[in-house]
Design a protein around this ligand. Structure first.
Ligand code: ZN
Length: 462
């Protein structure tokens, strides 16, 4: 024993826990030099095991040993280095002493957290990608992934604690989407920093929302923001005043609900495998005025999930989508999750993206869902309470966008087949009347009104 092997372990000081901890699965190399003339006489390379320990044969007397450790995953996941370097060279040591390799703490922390996130990602999505390089640099810049060189950049403020766990799992989510899911949907044009409740566009919201979702499904509550994303649809609803398909937190919450257990919330009746979602993100395409496109936002993904682009949906929701990329057909590439149910999917995205429980024009859209400069009166013209079965007329006024306009009226969600700015009707009981106006290029906007029916209401013909 003793002089037959070089043993040691790779460790780092974990500022989050305040203790030295193992760095699993890093690569350890030793160069052997002759003690007399310093010439290289051999070498070994070995991966540290899951507990950070390694052992390699001793070459005998009168040799010196120089160690090099690189934070390169023996499992092929990632390599991390300070300022772009990935190796750490250690001074001479000898055969008979255990060697502890003390790694650069922030780099090692990123390596450890990244390795966990990646292993969990592979298990969850049943997909992997090639090794991703990560550069750690001291500084306060917000972490980011650069698709141009397929490289993650992490800085001091994004390393430790639950935020550090979130950050590396989020950035790896981008790297995973780029190389394993057909490419990120908004390379290079999303705001930085960005926030769960920020509004961007559908492409940025899907890119950032997927990365947020990736962090939570791979690290759960070890990552900050887990509770906000997991409970977003029922508790947070930051998006209630606009189109949730453009908000990363709403998109992350919707993706999360697709794959989390069914029944955890009243509106969530689905539990799909992560592999299905990964396949769908990869293969879903839509038909747009610009031609076929892969899913460039959660709106397109919703069409593939629903396996249709019904006018009852496309005329009313996702109205902030630029007309040139509005879907008119989808191709879900033959992918169906177990127990596919269009109604359950619709219930879910209605809640996650619009905070409502049934397919109806969101009241909030009156103010903010119009696209392409199209604006409407913010309320429907016409009576409020009306008498039973009395004919009354409601009106909508559109401006902006590009004329001519087309009109669509729905009463309790049923299309009235009336392409006019006025709707005349009667009803025996209270109802919701909705008007959808679409301009020539295809931008839509909508308003609605609840109408009570009561025999004491004023007459429409007063
Ligand atoms: Zn991001």
């Amino acid at each position: 024993m003793g002089d037959s092997a070089i043993t040691g372990s790779v460790v780092y000081y974990n500022l989050s826990s305040g203790a030295y901890e193992a760095v699993p699965n890093a690569m350890v190399s030793v160069t052997i030099r002759n003690s007399y003339d310093n010439s290289v006489s051999g070498g070994f390379s070995v991966a540290a095991d899951a507990s950070g320990s390694f052992s390699m044969p001793c070459a005998g007397e009168l040799q010196d040993y120089y160690g090099t450790v690189s934070l390169t995953s023996a499992l092929g996941y990632l390599s991390v280095g300070p300022n772009g370097s990935t190796s750490f060279v250690y001074p001479q040591f000898s055969c008979n002493f255990a060697a502890n390799f003390y790694m650069d703490s922030p780099s090692a922390r990123v390596f450890v957290n990244g390795s966990i996130a990646i292993a969990n990602s592979q298990a969850f999505f049943q997909r992997g990608r090639s090794m991703v390089p990560v550069s750690y640099t001291a500084g306060t810049t917000t972490a980011y992934y650069l698709a141009d060189n397929d490289h993650i950049y992490i800085f001091s403020t994004s390393v430790w604690d639950a935020y550090g766990v979130f950050t590396i799992a989020h950035e790896y989510g981008h790297a995973f989407q780029e190389k394993a899911l057909g490419g990120i949907t908004a390379p290079g044009n999303c705001p930085s920093p960005h926030y769960l409740d920020g509004y961007y566009n559908q492409a940025c919201a899907l890119t950032e929302g997927f990365a947020d979702y990736h962090a939570i499904v791979t690290r759960d509550t070890a990552a900050t923001f887990a509770n906000q994303i997991k409970n977003y649809s029922s508790s947070f609803l930051f998006h209630v005043n606009a189109d949730g398909s453009t908000q990363e937190g709403a998109v992350a919450a919707f993706l999360y609900d697709l794959t989390d257990p069914a029944g955890d919330e009243s509106f969530d009746a689905v539990q799909y495998p992560g592999s299905y979602l990964a396949d769908l993100m990869h293969y879903c395409t839509v038909t747009t005025p610009l031609g076929p496109r892969r899913a460039l936002g959660v709106d397109h993904l919703v069409y593939c999930l629903e396996q249709t682009v019904a006018p009852s949906v496309s005329n009313v929701y996702f109205l902030t989508r630029t007309p040139l990329l509005k879907a008119s057909a989808e191709n879900h590439a033959g992918l169906s999750p177990p127990g596919w149910n269009q109604g359950a999917i619709r219930t879910l995205w209605l809640m996650a993206l619009y905070g409502q429980t049934s397919l109806a024009i969101p009241a909030t859209c009156a103010a903010s869902c119009g696209g392409g400069g199209l604006t409407l009166t913010t309320s429907l013209g016409g009576p409020g309470p009306v008498r039973p079965n009395q004919l009354c007329t409601w009106s909508v006024v559109a401006s902006g966008g590009t004329a001519p306009y087309s009109y669509r009226w729905l009463v309790n969600g049923t299309d009235q087949a009336n392409n006019d700015a006025l709707l005349t009707m009667k009803s025996a009981s209270s109802f919701t009347v909705q008007a959808v106006v679409t301009d020539a290029p295809g931008s839509s906007s909508a308003v609605q009104k609840q109408v009570a029916v009561s025999s004491s209401a004023p007459s429409c013909f007063q």
